[in-house]
Each structure stands twice: as C-alpha cells, then as structure tokens.
Design a protein around this ligand. Structure first.
Ligand SMILES: [Zn+2]
Length: 129
C-alpha cells in the first residue's frame, strides 16, 4: 500500500486547486498490477472542475483500456478521512466492483479502508441483475 500512498502524494502535489486550496491525490492499482494516479483540477468556472478520482481513472483507461480496479488510495487533507464524493463512487463502480478496496488516508498517515460496496451499495447499473 505504501507504493500507492507515494503515488497519491506525488499526484496531490500536482493538484490544481487555487480556489479551494483543497488538494487531493488518488492512486489506483488495477487487477493486473498497473498503477495510475490523478489529482483534482479546479476551474474558475467552478462546476467545470473535476475530482482526483476522475483524473486517475482517465489515466488508467487511456493507458490500459479495459483495465479493472483492485485498489484505490485517496489522500486528502485535514485530520479526518476523505472519502470519494458520490459521483466518484459511481465512477469507480464503472471500473471496479463491490469488493474493490478503497483506502482513505490523511496527511498524518492514518488510513481507513472500505470496500466500494460499503461506499456505494446498490450502484447504478444499466443491466441490473
Ligand atoms: Zn469526486
């Protein structure tokens, strides 16, 4: 997991957050062991910004189309644990499943682990079974 933390720290340093000063870095590992990362990207037109998870997923899909998520590492700031927003939980569900591990970490090095199924039970699915 320390490799993912390092990647998330490096990504977080690249966040573009001049409006909120809220820097987020995310690292993801695919089922076949590839790692990617991303940071949040704000915009002067606030709704046009996007989350770190979105950046990381785009990097993954562009480099390795069809890859599936094994683990996600979310590094926020503050003393609590930053969990993915609702929209990103659905984005992660597009490339993961209920067992995908989502580790939420703070700058002090504390981590709290969830499964994607815990964070987004009953995810939207075009073909529900
Ligand atoms: Zn989000």
């Amino acid at each position: 997991m320390s490799d993912l933390r390092t990647l998330a720290e490096q990504a977080r340093a690249c966040a573009h957050a001049p409006y909120s000063q809220f820097h987020v870095g995310v690292a993801i590992e695919t089922l076949d062991g590839q790692c990617f990362s991303g940071a949040n990207m704000e915009n002067a037109s606030y709704p046009e910004g996007w989350c770190a998870e979105t950046s990381a997923l785009a990097h993954m899909q562009m480099a390795s189309p069809g890859a599936r998520l094994a683990r996600v590492y979310v590094l926020g700031q503050g003393e609590g644990f930053l969990t993915p927003c609702g929209g990103c939980r659905q984005r992660l569900a597009e490339f993961g499943d209920a067992d995908t591990q989502v580790v939420c970490a703070n700058l002090a090095g504390q981590e709290k682990s969830f499964t994607l199924g815990q964070l987004l039970p009953a995810a939207f699915d075009l073909d529900p079974t």
